[in-house]
Write a protein that binds this ligand. Structure first.
Ligand code: 6CS
Length: 342
C-alpha cells in the first residue's frame, strides 16, 4: 500500500472513530434544569451561572438556568424539584421552613456573627452546615450541595427605627417561615409572611410598612423606592441553599457526582469573591439613585434592646424542632465558637 493510501485509510479511520466517540458522548450528554429565586446578575444567578459554566467546561452536559418568575415562586420551584421536573434548585431556608423546620435556625436573631470573614469561615467549616443539614435535606428527597451567605440582613421601613417600640403597629413582611414571624413579633412588629412576588406592591400600597433583605436585593429589586429607611440591625445574614433532586443525583455515575460536587465547590468560591464589597456598592447605588433614603446603623446599646429578645425566639425554635433541633442548635453554636476563637 502506498504511503498516500495508508494515510487516507488512517484519516478515514480517525474520522470514523472521532464521529463514533462524539456520538457516544452526545448520547451520554444531558441537559440539566436548574431554577433559582433571583434576577439576572443577582447572587443566586451568579452562583447558577458559575455552576453551569463549570459543568459545561468540564463535560458534555449542559445546564438550563431558570430565574425568578420563569417557573413560579420559590415554593413552586421546590415542588418541581421534588417531583423530578427540575434537577437543581436554589431555595433559601426562609422558604424551606415548612418542609425542613430545622432550616429556620438561620432566623434566630443575633446567632450569626456580623463579620463577613467569620461568617464565611463558618460556612466552610461548620459540621452543622456540611454534615447535619445534608442529612435533613436527604430525608426530604434532596441532595444538599451548598449552603452559602448572600449578605447581611437590613430592615427597610416607612420611618427610621432604633428601638423595639418603634416597630409598634408596623406590619413587616417576612419570608414564609413561622420562626421568622416569631423574630419580628419579638422585635415588637406585626409579622406578615408573603412570597417575594407580592412584596414591592404591598410596600407601595402601604399594606405593609417594611421588610428585611440584604442590600444588594434592596437595590436590585428597587425596594428602597417604596421603603426608603434602611436600618442596620446586625441581627442576621441572608443564607441560601443549592441542592439537587436526590433520586436524580443518586442515579448519576460517580464521575458525574464528582463533577456536580466540584461545580458546586467552584461556584461557592466564586460567590465568596462576588459578595465581598457587594453591600457597599449596592448602598452607594441606592444613595445615588434616591434623596429620600435614610441609613440608620444601630449602636451597641440599641442593638442590646433587640438582642434581649432573641432568647424567646431560640426557645420557639426548640419548641418547633424538638430534640433534633436542639442538638443542631448546640452543634451550630459549637461550630460558631470554633471559628470565632480562631
Ligand atoms: O425576600 C425574598 O423573598 C428574596 N430575597 C432574596 C435575597 N433572594 C430571594 C428571595 O426570594
Amino acid at each position: 500500500m502506498s504511503n498516500i493510501s495508508k494515510f487516507k485509510k488512517l484519516a478515514g479511520f480517525s474520522a470514523f472513530a472521532f464521529a463514533a466517540m462524539t456520538a457516544a458522548n452526545s448520547v451520554n450528554a444531558a441537559n440539566w434544569r436548574y431554577a433559582h429565586e433571583e434576577y439576572e446578575g443577582d447572587v443566586q444567578d451568579v452562583f447558577a451561572y458559575d455552576f453551569k459554566e463549570y459543568i459545561e467546561d468540564n463535560s458534555d452536559h449542559t445546564v438550563q438556568v431558570y430565574r425568578f418568575g420563569e417557573l413560579g415562586e420559590s415554593d413552586d420551584i421546590m415542588e418541581q424539584t421534588q417531583a423530578g421536573i427540575l434537577n437543581f434548585v436554589n431555595q433559601s431556608p426562609g422558604f424551606t421552613g415548612s418542609l425542613i423546620p430545622e432550616a429556620q435556625i438561620f432566623f434566630i436573631p443575633y446567632l450569626m456573627p456580623t463579620d463577613m470573614d467569620t461568617v464565611i469561615k463558618f460556612f466552610r467549616e461548620s459540621k452543622a452546615i456540611n454534615e447535619d443539614f445534608p442529612e435533613l435535606y436527604a430525608q426530604n428527597g434532596l441532595e444538599l450541595l451548598k449552603m452559602y451567605p448572600e449578605g447581611e440582613m437590613v430592615v427597610t421601613v416607612d420611618e427610621p427605627v432604633t428601638k423595639p417600640e418603634d416597630f409598634d403597629n408596623k406590619k413587616i413582611r417576612v419570608m414564609t417561615n413561622p420562626l421568622l414571624s416569631e423574630t419580628y413579633a419579638a422585635f415588637g412588629a406585626t409579622p406578615t409572611p408573603l412570597p417575594w412576588g407580592e412584596v414591592y406592591g404591598a410596600l407601595q400600597t402601604n399594606m405593609i410598612q417594611g421588610q428585611e433583605n440584604p442590600i444588594f436585593w434592596i437595590e436590585s429589586g428597587g425596594l428602597y423606592e417604596v421603603s426608603p429607611n434602611l436600618v442596620f440591625t446586625s441581627h442576621g445574614w441572608f443564607t441560601t441553599a443549592m441542592m439537587a433532586n436526590k433520586n436524580f443525583y443518586d442515579g448519576l455515575s460517580d464521575e458525574d457526582k464528582k463533577l456536580v460536587q466540584d461545580a458546586a465547590d467552584h461556584a461557592f468560591e466564586e460567590i465568596i469573591d462576588h459578595i465581598d464589597g457587594l453591600a457597599d456598592e449596592a448602598l452607594a447605588k441606592i444613595q445615588e439613585a434616591s434623596d429620600e433614603v435614610t441609613v440608620t446603623r444601630l449602636n451597641d446599646e440599641q442593638i442590646e434592646a433587640f438582642k434581649a429578645r432573641a432568647p424567646q425566639v431560640e426557645d420557639k425554635f426548640i419548641e418547633m424542632t424538638g430534640e433534633g433541633g436542639e442538638e443542631l442548635l448546640n452543634q451550630f453554636k459549637e461550630d460558631l465558637k470554633a471559628v470565632q476563637n480562631n
